[in-house]
Design a protein. Structure first.
Length: 128
């Protein structure tokens, strides 16, 4: 088993005891991403839609650093503090990911880090 830590300055730096992503052989486990702007580590101020876009941009940066793309995501978990924003997630996601879509879970939660409305984590499988 080959384990590699994935880290890029094009995505928000970890704000705790975790890595942006961990690659084990050809599987990449991407930590939860919130709408932080990588350059400033400040939260994106804007609509929920704009914040969802920022989360996808962060996922793209980590995916690319790992040697893949969003198309390599096989499982995407979406955490929302308001499930009425789920249609917006679907709309924004369709701008970044096309069929075949990854397996996905959407979970309503009471609270997320830094009070954000959305967080996503992912599992990617890269071609060997």
């Amino acid at each position: 088993m080959k384990k590699e830590i994935i880290s890029t300055d094009k995505a928000p730096q970890a704000i705790g005891t975790y890595s942006q992503a961990v690659k084990v052989d050809n599987v990449v486990y991407v930590s939860g991403q919130i709408p932080l702007i990588p350059e400033t580590m400040e939260l994106l101020q804007g609509s929920v839609e704009e914040q969802i876009h920022q989360v996808f941009k962060n996922l793209i940066a980590i995916s690319e650093e790992a040697g893949g793309s969003l198309a390599d995501i096989v499982k995407l978990n979406v955490y929302l503090t308001d499930l009425s924003n789920f249609p917006t997630v679907n709309q924004v996601m369709s701008e970044y990911i096309s069929e075949p879509y990854p397996a996905r879970a959407a979970v309503g939660v009471a609270e997320l880090p830094k009070g954000v409305p959305v967080e996503m984590d992912a599992i990617m499988v890269l071609d060997k």
